[in-house]
Design a protein around this ligand. Structure first.
Ligand SMILES: [Zn+2]
Length: 206
């Protein structure tokens, strides 16, 4: 739950944006960009609504802020985001010359600041903002947890006779074993002799 405060913090505003996104089925991540103590951009994930894999909260907020101040360099701006930025967003934050980055929950799977590639520590990163983590962390993490918990509750309805792949397999042109490989992200598990997928679908596998 968002902290009860008479005046919300900048991270509270990002959390509110995240909560709104979650209600419309987007992964609940929100972002605000602040300049001279004034919010100049607010955004939340819109990947589903926009059919755009790059429509992360940070990217949308950076575009809005840059348009507002008429510069691609946001050198005196601070960015607040409820989840640890991914590699794409960390790169964009660096390119935008954001002064300070505040983020909420860490993201061990997709994050790129303290997790994964640790983008800002790379030699190829030419601008590293000041970084403050775990700001509003519990509220951000709770939003995400509740969102994915609801989705998990939905998922078992696909199950037929204990096999969640069965209804999908029935509607799929692929053999169940290949479908399982596709869904688990391990296409290398296919039998090489089977050729009912186009060659581009195969990942070379020893
Ligand atoms: Zn991102």
């Amino acid at each position: 739950m968002i902290r009860a405060m008479s005046v919300p913090s900048f991270m509270d505003l990002a959390l509110m944006a995240a909560a709104e996104a979650g209600k419309s089925g987007e992964v609940p991540v929100g972002c605000v960009i602040v300049r001279n103590q004034e919010v100049i951009a607010t955004a939340a994930n819109r990947t589903r609504a926009d059919h755009d894999p790059t429509a992360h909260a940070e990217i949308l907020a950076l575009r809005e802020a840059a348009a507002k101040i008429g510069s691609e360099r946001l050198i005196d701006c601070d960015l607040y985001v409820t989840l640890e930025p991914c590699t794409m967003c960390a790169g964009a934050i660096s390119l935008a010359r954001i002064r300070r980055l505040y983020f909420g929950a860490t993201d061990p799977k997709g994050g790129a600041v303290e997790s994964g590639v640790r983008f800002f520590d790379a030699l190829s990163c030419h601008h590293r903002p000041e970084i403050y983590s775990a700001i509003g962390e519990s509220a951000a993490a709770r939003l995400l947890h509740e969102f994915f918990q609801e989705r998990r509750q939905w998922a078992p309805r696909l199950s037929v006779a204990g096999d969640p792949l069965k209804p999908l397999a029935a509607a799929s042109p692929y053999a169940p074993s290949k479908l399982a490989s596709l869904l688990t992200g391990r296409p290398g598990l296919y039998e090489k002799s089977q050729t009912d997928l186009p060659p581009a679908c195969f990942v070379p596998h020893p």
